[in-house]
Design a protein around this ligand. Structure first.
Ligand SMILES: *Cc1c(COP(=O)(O)O)cnc(C)c1O
Length: 364
């Protein structure tokens, strides 16, 4: 008996027949780029998020990059990013020509600490990218107040937070624009790469519509030097099916998370995620902290329990950023040493994971 970290075939099983039929339908239609399926998904996902517009793009990194491009953020500009995030948040800033300026997490949590943002603002700062890390919304009201005070754009990296709510409002409607990824393992995942941008800014949406499609509104007429990064029809059609299951899947994840929180509360040596009362996370990942993280992961592996680390090397210590001048980021480096992601997917039975962690606590 072993527990996988994520079992996508189990997640897909209930809608596998519908997905097969959709594949046949799209194949038969023979229209694969920017057709009805993408338009349909965009309308449905915009409504789901509570945003006026949704634009399907090639992946989550491109979604972030196109937002920055459409905001005309580039060389000479600075963008505040969480120090503790997946590197794509930083890479989007770098691709735009701007400089990422890292800010560390809140004391007990994983998301960017609004109290530390203001000290990182300079005359070159143009935007803040808030990441709703592990599916937990960042403190957007606090960030919005800072952004407004300094005339900055506020961008959501919602790649891990499809369906999550902050004070009742969905991620994807909380900033000036939001980037989503539909990488297969995300809460709303395609069967390949995919991404989207949501925004209620019509001018921004129009510019992104050009940027994703060669800078073209009318075929063979190119108003700006754009890119080719589009969600394709087949992925959009499959995502429309999965979107209908998203709230139910997130509720199942919440049930697993609540079981972990309840059953692991008394296990010594584990720091469990602390969720502020104003957010409703969607538990993309269930991340605990332990000062004996590597030994714990090995012991769990020996008992057939798969775990992962999100993320083992902070962005500022990656080769990609060897030339970036950064402030000391000791708390981020500690997080990278201590975080451990437990198995999490809709429908997972967490009992074997809980049993193993309890057994390991008594036999260190
Ligand atoms: C997955 C992810 C991305 C990038 O999405 P891709 O579709 O893989 O390009 C960006 N930010 C965060 C926080 C992510 O988890």
């Amino acid at each position: 008996m072993s527990t996988a970290f994520l079992d996508l075939s189990e997640v897909h099983a209930p809608c596998a027949a519908e997905m097969q039929a959709t594949f046949a339908r799209v194949l038969h239609k023979g229209h694969f780029i920017l057709g009805d399926e993408v338009a349909g998904f965009e309308a449905e996902f915009a409504q789901f998020c509570g945003a006026a517009h949704c634009l399907g793009v090639g992946n989550g990194l491109d979604a972030l990059h196109l937002i920055l491009r459409a905001m005309h953020i580039g060389a000479g500009d600075e963008v505040i990013v969480p120090a503790h995030t997946f590197i794509a948040t930083w890479l989007a800033v770098t691709q735009s020509g701007a400089t990422p300026v890292p800010v560390e997490s809140t004391a007990g949590g994983f998301n960017i600490d609004p109290a530390r943002v203001e000290a990182a603002i300079t005359p070159a700062t143009r935007a803040i990218i808030a990441v709703h890390l592990y599916g937990e919304p960042a403190d957007m009201d606090a960030l919005r107040a800072i952004a407004d005070r300094h005339g900055l754009k506020l961008i959501e990296d919602a790649a891990q937070a499809h369906g999550a709510r902050y004070k009742g409002r969905r991620c994807g409607s909380l900033g000036d624009a939001a980037a989503f990824s539909f990488y297969p393992t995300k809460n709303l995942g395609a069967l390949g790469d995919g991404g989207a941008i949501t925004t209620s800014d019509t001018a921004l949406a129009d510019e992104i519509r050009l940027l994703r499609n060669y800078g073209s509104r009318i075929k063979y007429q190119h108003d700006i030097a754009g890119y080719n990064t589009r969600l394709d029809e087949l992925q959009a059609a499959l995502l429309r099916i999965k979107l209908r299951h998203l709230d139910a899947h997130n509720a199942q994840r919440r049930e697993v998370a609540n079981t972990y929180l309840r059953e692991l509360a008394s296990v010594a040596g584990l720091q469990l995620p602390q969720v502020p009362e104003f957010v409703e996370p969607v538990w993309h990942l269930f991340v605990i902290r332990s000062t004996r993280r590597d030994a714990l992961a090995r012991a769990l592996q020996e008992r057939g329990i798969a775990t992962l680390i999100h993320y083992p090397i902070p962005s500022h210590q990656q080769g990609a950023y060897r030339d970036l001048v950064c402030p000391p980021l000791a708390a981020t480096e500690t997080l990278a040493r201590e975080v451990l992601s437990l198995p999490m997917w809709p429908g997972l039975d967490p009992a074997p994971v809980i049993a193993a962690l309890r057994e390991l606590a008594v036999k260190p």
